[in-house]
Design a protein around this ligand. Structure first.
Ligand SMILES: Cc1cc2nc3c(=O)[nH]c(=O)nc-3n(C[C@H](O)[C@H](O)[C@H](O)COP(=O)(O)OP(=O)(O)OC[C@H]3O[C@@H](n4cnc5c(N)ncnc54)[C@H](O)[C@@H]3O)c2cc1C
Length: 361
């Protein structure tokens, strides 16, 4: 395992936080679920808030007893690094991949830079898990991947605040001023997001402006209040949908964000990355055990079915919850979808099933 950053950096990088039912179960089954079980927050519902009203979607009730776990991605990273090192494995930090040559199974190499020197790692296969901006996808021969992408015309201003969450479950809020999300990290830490222009800058968002905007968007007719506290971190994320097809070139297998990006509204990014790795690990085990390449040959098609299902769900959630200036028709359609999703009928069940457990299939 080569990682460009330091261990401390990756263990404190704040990103996703919603683990699907299947992701949490996989961590448990892999023997790395102990801290998640103790510290993660199990949620049985989410709230949809629109037109000043709160509507609870009872995820567990609608999805045959399944639930999500709110547990920060950086905590998952800590648990995985500790498990790998604890098992005598090696993780080389501050080792940056600069190129991959992987023409066929059993014949691959990674060029990487560490300690000021360029080095070569020879290997059977390369799992390209180096994110959207990593070197793996870019190293494949020209034309190896067809890239399909869509950029959404807004971004998210994300805030980590030292204040107990004002809610026990995530609140997805559509307001005419823009989308807002109230998420949680722990009993003392809140994670909040605001829809902003895609080229917005954090300098233009002093803490007071953030709280004022959150208060306006989350306001309900029954006087719900938002607790405020010190902002520990803020950042702006662009909203992009992207897929590279197929997810394999020779002995290079792309996994996670190196192959696909989803807008975070559906909370699928980390879950998809974990699901790719689950599929790839099973295929590699089979190949090493029996020499049978079939599962490796199926890897891309198996993952892409799931990836496009997640793209569809993330796009549905994103369009339903984010108003666009001047798009009155789109707004009416989105409100009609929200009313259906809140009505606890088939649309709510469809939302709940996909929110809770889309990536384990
Ligand atoms: C700011 C932000 C907020 C997000 N919020 C959410 C959210 O709320 N919900 C959600 O579901 N998803 C969210 N995501 C998406 C989610 O975090 C990703 O989908 C997930 O991290 C994908 O995992 P990955 O392992 O594929 O990629 P990454 O987590 O990006 O891991 C790739 C790793 O490769 C390393 N690397 C990169 N290049 C090289 C190189 N050349 N050599 C060696 N190592 C390299 C990187 O340092 C990194 O550690 C967010 C992403 C960002 C950036």
């Amino acid at each position: 395992m080569l990682e460009a950053r330091t261990r401390d950096y990756v263990e404190h990088r704040i990103r996703a936080g919603v683990l699907e039912h299947g992701t949490a179960r996989l961590l448990e089954d892999s023997g790395v679920g102990g801290r998640m079980r103790a510290e993660g927050l199990v949620h049985h519902g989410i709230e949809l808030r629109f037109e000043g009203q709160a509507h609870r979607v009872p995820l567990t009730e609608l999805s045959g007893g399944r639930s999500i776990v709110v547990y920060g991605q950086q905590e998952v990273v800590k648990d995985l690094v500790a498990a790998r090192l604890g098992a005598g494995g090696e993780v080389r930090f501050e080792a940056e991949c600069v190129g991959v040559d992987a023409p066929e199974l059993g014949k691959a190499s990674i060029r990487y830079r560490a300690g000021g020197e360029e080095r070569l790692l020879e290997c059977d296969v390369v799992a390209g898990c180096d994110g959207f901006h990593g070197a793996c996808r870019a190293s494949a021969p020209p034309g190896a991947f067809r890239e399909v992408e869509h950029t959404h015309p807004f971004g998210w201003l994300g805030v980590l605040a030292a204040v107990p969450p004002s809610t026990e479950e995530l609140i997805y809020c559509r307001h005419e001023r823009g989308f807002a999300l109230h998420s949680l990290r722990s009993p003392e830490l809140s994670r909040l997001y605001l829809q902003v222009d895609p080229d917005e800058r954090t300098e233009r968002w002093p803490d007071e402006r953030i709280w004022e905007e959150l208060r306006r968007r989350f306001a309900t007719e029954d006087g719900w209040t938002l607790a405020e506290g010190p902002v520990l971190e803020k950042s702006i994320t662009a909203m992009k949908s992207f897929v590279a097809e197929p997810m394999r070139s020779g002995a290079l297998f792309l996994a996670g964000d190196s192959a696909h990006i989803v807008p975070p509204t559906g909370a699928k990014g980390m879950n998809l990355a974990v699901a790719d790795v689950r599929t790839l690990a099973a295929a590699l085990l089979e190949w090493y055990r029996s020499g049978d390449e079939q599962l490796l040959d199926d890897y891309s098609a198996t993952c892409l079915r799931r990836v496009w299902a997640a793209q569809e769900f993330s796009t549905y959630m994103t369009r339903m919850l984010h108003p666009l200036p001047g798009d009155d028709f789109g707004s009416r359609i989105a409100l009609a979808q929200l009313r259906q999703a809140a009505a606890l009928g088939a649309a709510s069940t469809h939302l709940a099933e996909r929110y809770v457990d889309l990536c384990s299939v």
